[in-house]
Design a protein around this ligand. Structure first.
Ligand SMILES: [Zn+2]
Length: 366
């Protein structure tokens, strides 16, 4: 997702332990249920009981590209000692998140320049399913046995937005998307993407896909296993499930920045599945062992990386200090463009500083 750069995200004063200030801006159903405010007893991803609190996540008043009238409490970041995943708790209800996404800025989730994950996934898709002539065009080495002009791959992008990533694939690839936003789905359709359904749950069993991508999606759902379960029936024999998300195994996140890491400070990010989690999920499903590569989210100039690193350090030391500085910068910027309301809470957007992302590939045997 394009959270933009610099101190463009939320943060703030730490909230009281395990309380959540009701987000006044959204309907009463947005408030978490009473039991959800208690500390968790198990890992939300794998169910293990060995979990550890990594601290309080600073509050935020910025969600899906929109400044909220009132902040959403950050809750706390938890780490599972069994599966090494992380998760935020408490979180809002599904309906509250849906309402917040529905009110989000229309262009929030556009594909970005300099994204490393997108170019790698593009190469994976081309190498996996399309003929060698196209693969050569993308600068990918293809084995001597690779067929030329084989049957085009059918690719399904879950959360495809207006179709930017799909449209970056070769013309021979049949492009399908799942997208809940009506406006984004309409834009994708207009551009030639077949919107198969608003969500995976609504997707009819109309034949499998050679590749199903989930790019910057799984960290937004409360139950990643449910999302994967919904995708699996649609994966063809030999097909690949490709998931791009944050890597909770990143040492600095886990040991140093903890609940004040830039990636987990976005209020939209609530679940951080590890490679161990993906391994646990795929057991007894007849799939191949998942593989993962770690990468930086974006390739950025050194000066930009340095500034982001400094803002990450300030956020670690004092979210209140970062807010003070960023409010000043924000006020200066807002004099030159229309923004409906000033932000009060910030966090460091640091998408190209650390090797804190992963691409997980899970293959169904041919
Ligand atoms: Zn776990």
């Amino acid at each position: 997702m394009s959270h933009a750069l610099g101190m463009n995200s939320q943060s703030a004063m730490t909230s009281p332990p395990v309380t959540i200030s009701p987000p006044v801006t959204i309907s009463p159903s947005a408030a978490p249920s009473p039991q959800a405010t208690n500390p968790p007893t198990t890992c939300r991803l794998c169910g293990a009981t060995r979990i550890r609190c990594l601290g309080t996540v600073p509050d935020s008043d910025y969600f899906a590209g929109r400044v909220l009238p009132q902040p959403i409490a950050g809750g706390r970041l938890w780490r599972c000692e069994a599966c090494a995943s992380m998760f935020r708790h408490p979180i809002l209800t599904d309906s509250a998140y849906l309402a917040l996404y529905a009110q989000g800025a229309a262009d929030e989730w556009q594909a970005d320049e300099g994204r490393q994950d997108l170019s790698i996934i593009r190469k994976m898709i081309v190498a996996a399913g399309v003929g060698a002539e196209i693969a050569v065009g993308f600068g990918i080495g293809v084995g001597a046995g690779a067929a030329v002009g084989t049957v085009p791959a059918r690719v399904l992008d879950v959360g495809c937005g207006s179709g930017d990533f799909l449209l970056s694939l070769p013309a021979e690839v049949a492009k399908f998307g799942v997208e809940p936003s009506v406006a984004a789905a309409a834009a994708a359709t207009h551009r030639g993407v077949s919107i198969a359904a608003p969500t995976l749950e609504d997707l009819p069993a109309t034949g499998g896909f050679d590749v199903i991508t989930m790019i910057d999606v799984i960290e937004h759902v409360a139950l990643p296993q449910k999302l994967l379960d919904a995708a699996l029936p649609h994966l063809s024999p030999g097909g690949r499930l490709i998931i791009a998300t944050g890597d909770p195994g990143h040492t600095l996140w886990r040991r140093v920045f903890r609940s004040r890491f830039w990636y987990s400070s976005f209020p939209e990010h609530i679940s951080f599945p590890s490679l161990v989690f993906f391994n646990l999920w795929q057991r007894n499903k007849g799939l191949q062992t998942p593989t993962a590569i770690q990468l930086q989210y974006r390739r950025l100039p050194l000066i930009t990386r340095s500034l982001h690193f400094v803002s990450q350090l300030v956020f670690l030391a004092s979210p209140a200090l970062l807010n003070t500085v960023a409010r000043g910068i924000d006020a200066f910027r807002r004099t030159s463009r229309h923004t409906p309301r000033p932000r009060r809470f910030f966090s460091p957007g640091a998408p190209g500083v650390f090797t804190d992302h992963q691409i997980v590939v899970i293959r169904r045997p041919p």
